[in-house]
Design a protein around this ligand. Structure first.
Ligand SMILES: Nc1ncnc2c1ncn2[C@@H]1O[C@H](COP(=O)(O)OP(=O)(O)OP(=O)(O)O)[C@@H](O)[C@H]1O
Ligand code: SF4
Ligand SMILES: [Mg+2]
Length: 422
């Protein structure tokens, strides 16, 4: 049963989720932290948009602002609309019909979402009854089916177990079951696989994929791992220092990256289409402080292409490429960056100086190339990037699921009266 939000005046033609000019700052003893400095994005039904960026780039703050979960110390500007309905600056009561129903959220640590003193079944039942007019018995049946859907073996037995009786990966799958319990239209997942080892990571992504196919929900997937994005997303938004620095389809971001930071992220990923002897190139330096407003491009101290203009003015997000496909990058030298490819981080400053402004860019001589121009070999697909043990480029989304048997945790214990919800 699809949830109804009829008491809100929703626009049927509006994007499912629309974030416009979102800015979030925190006043702290050290100064004002400008955590998010102008994010705009639209999410369409069924779409998977990956948000990727280093620690501190503002990914979680964006998600928390969308859900109205920021602390009072946050100052929020801009707009977050669900089907045209403004969500920002609503109080808890006004947000209740949206949270967990229209939009649900999955956090990195499942224990943040699960209560250790109640069985997982009870917690799913509680989530169902918060939004649906059903009996406890009916809700329990749905809870068992949800556990089955996310890959929990023997769900009839396991539904009575407590969170500590599940492994980390199983707990995260329970959280996914709760997130889809009311058929949400949007799921926000903030680093849902980061705390897990690589095999379990693949299982959780598989559960997420199953959740999407059963609900047809759109997914905003936050991660610092481009490899995770490659396996599941349609579009990618790359964040740096609180703002988007590149947006495009998965193909545009992986094959035609146009912002040096994106190139750096790609260059630090292992690939399967090489012989394994290439060195990974981590991006030198560290992310900037978010206190105060940056002067110039915040990536300049780490960027091999940085020139005087970069240190003077922050580049706007602009269309790149010969036709406007929605591929945007924030870089004064996006065209140079695009041609250089991943070899950019292998280039010396004298290489860059020698070619800049001389009517073109020297072809890359070392490092990795992501393929440009009709004559160059193009990498066969986003699955080229090795993301984890268990990753299979041949699979539907690139992941293989390891047997669940490893994740079960002893005999099930069915606590009495767990369906007696106060
Ligand atoms: N309540 C707060 N008070 C002050 N600063 C905050 C607060 N919450 C977040 N920040 C700051 O906002 C910035 C963005 O934080 P955010 O948690 O969104 O980063 P992130 O991209 O999710 O990083 P990570 O990958 O580590 O989760 C950081 O500089 C962080 O220190
Ligand atoms: S604007 Fe300049 S410093 Fe910033 S990413 Fe582009 S080239 Fe590098
Ligand atoms: Mg975060």
């Amino acid at each position: 049963m699809k949830p109804s939000h009829s008491k809100f005046a929703q626009d049927p033609h509006a994007p499912l989720l629309s974030i416009e000019g979102l800015e979030v700052s925190f006043r702290t003893a050290e100064g004002t932290v400008n955590a998010v400095r102008g994010i705009s994005l639209d999410l369409q039904p069924g779409e998977v948009l990956g948000i990727v960026g280093e620690s501190g780039s503002g990914k979680s703050v964006t998600a928390m602002a969308t859900m109205g979960l920021l602390p009072r110390s946050a100052s929020v500007r801009g707009s977050v609309r669900f089907r045209g309905e403004e969500l920002l600056h609503r109080n808890e009561r006004q947000l209740m019909p949206f949270r967990g129903k229209a939009i649900s959220m999955i956090f990195q640590d499942p224990m943040t979402s699960l209560n250790p003193v109640y069985s997982v079944g009870w917690q799913i039942v509680e989530a169902i009854l918060a939004h649906q007019d059903l009996s406890k018995e009916e809700a329990l049946k749905i809870a068992i089916e949800l556990l089955r859907k996310v890959g929990i073996p023997n769900p009839e037995d396991r539904v009575g177990n407590y969170p500590h009786e599940f492994s980390g990966g199983m707990r995260q799958r329970v959280v996914i079951a709760i997130a889809i319990a009311n058929n949400p239209e949007v799921i926000l997942a903030d680093e849902p696989t980061t705390a897990l080892d690589v095999t379990v990571q693949a299982q959780v992504l598989e559960a997420l994929r199953a959740a999407l196919s059963s609900t047809h929900a759109a997914l905003l997937l936050i991660t610092h791992d481009l490899g995770v994005i490659a396996g599941i997303a349609n579009r990618v938004l790359v964040m740096y220092a609180g703002r988007p620095v590149e947006i495009g389809t998965v193909d545009e971001i992986f094959y035609d990256p146009s912002m040096p930071y994106t190139l750096g992220l790609l260059g630090s990923l292992p690939r399967v289409d090489t012989d394994g002897t290439e060195r990974l190139r981590p991006i030198p330096g560290s992310p900037p402080s978010m206190i105060g407003e940056p002067v110039g491009c915040p990536f300049a101290p780490r960027c091999p292409l940085a020139a005087d203009i970069c240190r003077e003015s922050e580049p706007p997000l602009r269309s790149v490429g010969s036709v406007d496909t929605g591929h945007l990058a924030a870089c004064h030298f996006a065209e140079d960056a695009r041609i250089r490819g991943a070899s950019l981080f292998a280039a010396t400053s004298s290489d860059i100086d020698a070619t800049r402004g001389a009517g073109g860019v020297a072809p890359p001589e070392s490092g990795l190339s992501f393929g440009h121009g009709p004559d160059e070999a193009r990498a066969p697909g986003p699955g080229n990037y090795v993301i984890a043990e268990g990753f299979s480029p041949a699979g539907p989304g690139g992941y293989e699921t390891a047997p669940d048997a490893q994740e079960t945790s002893g005999d099930p214990v069915l606590p009495p009266d767990e369906t007696e919800i106060p």
